[in-house]
Design a protein. Structure first.
Lengths: 550, 56
């Protein structure tokens, strides 16, 4: 892979890795005696390893390939493999967390393995590690195909991909050492946050520069979703992580906001992390890979535009539904509730658009597990957005909030929608990327599909039952006006559901392991197939970038 | 101009409302403007034609 870079590019990459290693060394020295120092060593070792890998290949001959005739897929390939590594790690962590709730002895009495530390390793591992890598890798693929142009640059995609993974590693190792900002889905401390901003700006510039080179007049809608994902996540991340470090030599920082403002900022961020990290980018995936796999254009392109702007402008206002019955002004709560209900329109427009695209291709859905992954993902997207709108209604929220119903809702979205569309996309992508005839085993794809679907259903039903039971028990009063059940009473009732949840999660996890195995075996043992198609458009002989008349 | 609760909430409740309404209408008009149909159809099919290889 390094050999495909020119010598000048190898030198640039070495320079960057030296700079990062130096930053790591500075962190290790200034932050000694603090978790920040440990992070410094991690950065130093990883950047140093990269430096030596580059240095050992520095004097290899210059690449001879003509870069204009192919897409640059090396970062995409590594991104897909990292996605699978994080899937196994993050989901495995999830099974452990779930099992700890059913059998608390599984903590094994260590500080680092306590629930409060390994839960964020699970959430960040699957959201950022698995989801983020999947988004970056597929966006690299889609931006080039829909533009019919090679990526703009050969260092920046690596910087984005590896830099993002460095952020994920800093985050996960930090949680185990007890480093946290105590903001959900924004737990990493200030230095990790600053690093992510740098990576993210490079990602945005790379995307825009690639689109600027496009040989296709219209920017396909999938790109809009990816751009919304990149742009809005940058805004959310920067605002929510505004903080003052207690000292530049330690991890601890204090938020720029306090009290109600802090809560409102956090849930503005938190809900839009769901909207723009876990929805917009994955809709981009859906709008590209589903029509591609079904070999049918999207049912209504007009509807996709409408739902794009609907999602972009409605979601931003919905966050306050996380703060019903709190000190947040009531009109803000009502605003959040109203926008959450309105969100049903663009959400169902997307889900319906996906399913209508399959109309006339249902035999393919029956025969092809890859397409079935995407179809079921669209169904779960429709279901969980309906559930979300419903739960945002204040009286419903009074029953559901703080209960396992919320957990069930999140997992219906994360497992049923996000993970299924990702796995479907990976199965569609791997043979194309690695120029293979087919996947190693279609039977294993079927196994993965049914384990994932079964696991999701078991999980979600367990949490619905658990959450509603919990919610009802918490609001049951005796005749004398006191609470009828103690907290421990509810825990006893939860126990069977927690076991069911661990089983559902384990099924989903086994499916992901099978998927990772299948991808590795495809790369290692399936025969090569030179692709007739899937090359960028020649830059001389193409249409003008802007159509003269239509 | 003082950044008070009253000012912020009045701004959100007036300007926020207007801008969302205008945007919604404008986007709906754009998405369903009849003469743009051909362009959208072409865009929808573009990802499938994409694999025709280099177009010469």
């Amino acid at each position: 892979m390094i050999k495909r870079l020119t010598i000048a590019e190898r030198q640039t990459a070495m320079l960057l890795s030296v700079l990062i290693a130096l930053a790591g060394f500075a962190m290790a020295v200034i932050g000694r005696g603090d978790p920040m120092g440990v992070h410094g060593w991690i950065v130093l070792i990883l950047a140093g390893a990269l430096f030596f890998a580059l240095a050992s290949a520095l004097y290899e001959p210059e690449p001879t390939e003509d870069r204009a005739v192919s897409y640059y897929d090396d970062p995409t390939k590594v991104g897909i493999l990292l996605t699978l590594v994080w899937a196994v790690a993050g989901m495995g962590m999830g099974v452990w967390v779930a099992a700890q709730l059913a059998w608390p002895d599984l903590r094994f009495d260590a500080a680092w393995s306590s629930f409060g530390r390994i839960r964020p390793v699970h959430t960040s591992g699957v959201i950022f590690g698995f989801g983020g890598n999947a988004l970056i890798a597929t966006s690299f693929h889609i931006m080039q195909r829909t533009s019919r142009a090679r990526m703009a640059g050969h260092i920046s995609p690596w910087f984005v991909l590896l830099g993002f993974n460095l952020f994920c590693i800093i985050a996960a190792t930090g949680y185990l050492m007890g480093v946290t900002q105590s903001k959900e889905y924004a737990e990493p401390e200030w230095y990790a946050d600053i690093w992510l901003v740098i990576v993210w700006i490079v990602y945005f510039v790379l995307y825009i520069r690639t689109l600027a080179r496009r040989n296709e007049p219209h920017i396909y809608v999938a790109n809009w979703y990816y751009l919304a994902f990149i742009l809005v996540v940058a805004v959310l991340h920067i605002v929510n992580n505004l903080a003052v470090p207690a000292s530049f030599g330690a991890a601890k920082s204090y938020s720029a906001f306090s009290g109600v403002q802090d809560a409102m900022t956090q849930w503005w961020y938190g809900h839009n992390a769901v909207a723009f990290f876990l929805t917009a980018g994955f809709l981009g995936m859906l709008y590209y890979f589903l029509p591609k796999r079904a070999e049918r254009p999207i049912y209504s392109y007009r509807l996709s535009i409408l739902s794009f702007w609907g999602i972009t402008f409605f979601y931003i206002w919905a966050g306050s539904h996380h703060l019903h019955y709190t000190a947040v002004p009531e009109w803000v709560q009502t605003l959040g509730m109203t926008f959450s209900v309105m969100l049903l329109v663009p959400s169902w427009a997307s889900a319906g658009n996906a399913l209508m695209t399959l109309n006339g291709a249902w035999h393919k859905v029956r025969d092809d597990a890859t397409l079935r992954f995407m179809m079921v993902a669209a169904v779960f997207y429709g279901l969980s957005t309906f559930e979300g709108s419903f739960m945002a209604i204040r009286p419903v929220n009074s029953l559901s909030h703080y209960t396992d119903w919320t957990v069930g809702h999140v997992h219906a979205g994360a497992m049923g929608w996000v993970a299924l569309i990702t796995f479907g996309s990976i199965y569609a992508l791997v043979p194309v990327l690695w120029r293979k005839q087919t996947m190693y085993s279609w039977k294993l794809v079927e196994w993965h599909f049914w384990l994932a679907l079964g696991g999701t259903v078991v999980y979600v039903f367990a949490m619905w039952n658990s959450g509603i039971t919990q919610g009802l028990m918490w609001r049951t009063y005796t005749e004398s006006g006191t609470l009828a059940y103690s907290f421990t009473d509810t825990l006893v009732k939860m126990h069977p559901y927690y076991i069911a949840r661990a089983i559902g999660g384990a099924m989903f996890f086994v499916g992901a392991v099978i998927g990772a195995f299948n991808v590795v075996m495809t790369i290692r043992s399936v025969g090569h197939q030179a692709q007739q198609l899937d090359y960028p458009t020649g830059s001389e002989a193409n249409e003008p970038a802007v159509p003269a008349a239509e | 101009m003082e950044l008070s609760y009253e000012w912020t909430s009045a701004f959100a409740q007036s300007f926020g409302l207007i801008y969302l309404m205008v945007l919604s209408v404008a986007i709906a008009v754009y998405a369903f403007w009849p003469s743009l149909g051909k362009r959208f159809d072409k865009a929808a099919k573009s990802i499938l034609n994409d694999e025709d290889g280099p177009c010469r």
